[in-house]
Design a protein. Structure first.
Length: 321
C-alpha cells in the first residue's frame, strides 16, 4: 500500500458509489470483506456482534451475506480505527457522523490505505468519477511515474489476488485496467510533443497474437519516451511477419514484447525460436522479452537464442539502457 501520503490528497466519496451495471457481484461473504479491508474475519465478527458495526443479510436459503453498503461502512470504520479511533466510539456514531469524520481525516491526517480504498470502491461501483477524483488528488502532488509504481502496481497486484479468489469478477478487473490504461495514454501523449533525443536504434513494442494484457508494455513505452528514446508502440495481437515492415524502414531495431498468456498453443521456447529465425536472423535487430511466460525459463537458465534477451521485470530491462 502507498505509504506516507497525506490524506488531504484523497477525497472520500464512498456514499456516492452506485452499482451501474447488472449481473455484477453485489453480495459478499465475510471472507470477501476480509480480502477487501484487510480486517480479519474474526475481528469483523467481533465488531459485528459486540458493536453492531455491520448488519448482514440473509438469502432465501438463509445464508448470511453482506451488501455493498456493509462493505463501504467497513472500509470507513477501518480507516477511522487505523487513525486511532476506538471501535467502541465509532460504533456510537451515526452514518453521517462517520462520513464527516472520514472527511476530516482526508483534510487533516495521513491514512495510508485511502488511495487503495477509493480505487476499490470505484471498481466495485464501476464509478469512473470516483476513480478520477482520487487520481486527480494524487497527480496534483506526485508524478505519474511515481503513482504508477507506488500506487497502481500494488493495487493491480491486490486486484489480481481478489480475482483469483472470486471476490471480484473479470468485469471489475477490465473496468479498472481500462481506466489506468487511459491515464498511461494521456501521459504518453504529453511526452510525444517532443522529438526523441536518442534515435540511433528505435524500440518497437508489440504484443503477440491473442495477447491483450498491455499495461506493463504501455508503461514501458512511457518510460522509454521519458528517457528520450525513439519508442514505437504497435499494440496488441501483432503477427511476427508484420515486424518486417519496421525492418524495411529502420536498419537496426530493438523489439520488446510481453508474454503473459500467450503463446498458449505452443511451448514458449518454440515461439522464441521463431523470433530468432524470423525477426532476428541475420538482421541487425534484437528482441527483449518480458512477462510471466518467460520467468520459468529464466529460472531454468535454459534459453540461448541469438539476439533474444529475457527479463524478469521492467526495472531490470530499464537498467540495461
Amino acid at each position: 500500500m502507498l505509504k506516507n501520503i497525506s490524506e488531504k490528497y484523497f477525497i472520500h466519496l464512498f456514499n456516492k458509489v452506485e452499482i451501474k451495471l447488472n449481473n455484477i457481484k453485489t453480495e459478499f461473504t465475510i471472507k470477501d470483506l476480509e480480502n477487501f479491508s484487510g480486517i480479519k474475519a474474526h475481528t469483523i465478527r467481533i465488531w459485528e456482534k459486540r458493536y453492531n458495526i455491520l448488519q448482514p443479510k440473509r438469502s432465501k436459503s438463509n445464508i448470511r451475506y453482506y451488501d455493498i453498503n456493509n462493505l463501504k461502512r467497513l472500509l470507513n470504520v477501518s480507516l477511522l480505527n487505523s487513525a486511532g479511533f476506538k471501535i467502541s466510539k465509532i460504533a456510537q456514531l451515526s452514518e453521517d457522523s462517520i462520513n464527516v469524520k472520514v472527511r476530516e481525516l482526508v483534510h487533516n491526517e495521513s491514512v495510508n490505505s485511502q488511495a487503495s480504498n477509493s480505487f476499490k470502491l470505484a471498481m466495485l461501483g464501476f464509478d469512473d468519477f470516483l476513480f478520477n477524483k482520487a487520481y486527480n488528488s494524487l497527480i496534483s502532488q506526485f508524478s505519474f511515474r511515481y503513482i504508477f509504481k507506488s500506487v497502481f502496481i500494488p493495487f493491480l497486484n491486490e486486484m489480481g489476488l481478489l480475482w483469483q479468489v472470486n471476490t471480484i469478477t473479470p468485469a471489475h478487473e477490465h473496468f479498472i485496467s481500462n481506466l489506468i490504461n487511459q491515464k498511461i495514454h494521456v501521459n504518453i501523449d504529453k511526452l510525444q510533443v517532443s522529438d526523441a533525443v536518442k534515435k540511433e536504434k528505435p524500440f518497437v513494442l508489440y504484443l503477440p497474437i491473442n495477447e491483450i494484457h498491455e499495461l506493463g508494455l504501455l508503461f514501458l513505452h512511457y518510460e522509454l519516451l521519458l528517457h528520450g528514446y525513439n519508442s514505437i508502440y504497435l499494440g496488441q495481437s501483432v503477427p511476427l511477419e508484420s515486424l518486417k515492415s519496421l525492418q524495411k524502414v529502420y536498419p537496426s531495431v530493438n523489439f520488446i514484447t510481453y508474454l503473459t498468456v500467450e503463446p498458449s498453443k505452443e511451448p514458449v521456447e518454440e515461439y522464441l525460436k521463431k523470433i530468432e529465425e524470423e525477426v532476428v536472423a541475420d538482421n541487425n535487430c534484437s528482441v527483449w522479452v518480458l512477462g510471466g511466460k518467460v520467468k520459468n525459463i529464466i529460472d531454468q537458465g535454459s534459453v540461448d537464442f541469438k539476439g533474444v534477451t529475457l527479463f524478469n521485470s521492467n526495472a531490470e530491462l530499464l537498467s540495461m539502457l
